[in-house]
Write a protein that binds this ligand. Structure first.
Ligand code: CA
Length: 220
């Protein structure tokens, strides 16, 4: 899952990004409204965290512009203080949720997870696929009765396959949703993670579809 934070308070933006990265999300950060609108317009994000008062253009306008262009990415708005944010106005421009600063980090993470869950259309965060059970909210994985210990990145790669069982997911899609735009390493890193997942979860679980990507075998 890939998130974009548009926030001009750099310390806040960086600490949010650090925390959400530790939760296993790929996180991009921009500090300017116009840059934020540009990046969000390119698509490819699963969720936006959007400040309201920004240099360049403000959060309301970014939100309204994205919605007018047909983007349905979930948007969580942040506001500096009571009164600055007009909830009705924010929701009018198409935001899905809002938080007033200072907010609890735990609350922010809970809201982000709830928005992403709603977006995936999956009412339950627990996916059962053959012998595999994956709880995408608690970030836990079991094979049969045994819980597997995965790193946050390993989990994030697995999650991309779990939410689309039986479908082919390309290496580029996994890379885009799990690594952030600062990643300039080898795209074959995805292969490394897939082989680790096979070792930890079972060799037959993830099928390579030559030239196309990977597919999670749902089992019968
Ligand atoms: Ca601001």
């Amino acid at each position: 899952m890939r998130l974009l934070i548009v926030e001009d308070e750099k310390r806040l933006a960086v600490s949010l990004a650090r925390g959400l990265t530790a939760e296993g999300y790929a996180v991009d950060v921009v500090h300017d409204g116009r840059e934020g609108l540009f990046r969000a317009s390119e698509g490819g994000y699963d969720l936006l965290i959007l400040d309201i008062m920004l240099p360049g253009t403000n959060g309301y306008r970014i939100c309204a512009t994205l919605r007018a262009a047909g983007h349905d990415v979930p948007i969580l708005m942040l506001t500096a203080k009571d009164g600055e944010y007009d909830e009705a106005e924010g929701l009018d421009t198409g935001a899905d949720d809002y938080l007033t600063k200072p907010f609890s980090y735990v609350v922010l993470v809970a809201r982000v997870k709830a928005l992403l869950r709603r977006r995936s259309g999956a009412p339950s965060p627990v996916h059962v696929l053959g012998p595999l059970k994956v709880d995408t909210a608690a970030r836990r994985v079991w094979v049969g009765q045994d819980e597997a210990a995965l790193t946050t990145k390993e989990f994030a790669v697995l999650e991309q396959l779990v939410v689309r069982p039986g479908q082919i997911v390309s290496k580029a899609e996994i890379l885009e949703h799990v690594w952030d735009f600062a990643y300039e390493g080898d795209p074959n890193i995805v292969e490394v993670y897939v082989s680790t997942l096979r070792r930890k979860l079972g060799a037959d679980l993830i099928r390579t579809v030559r030239g196309a990507g990977y597919r999670l075998e749902t089992g019968r």
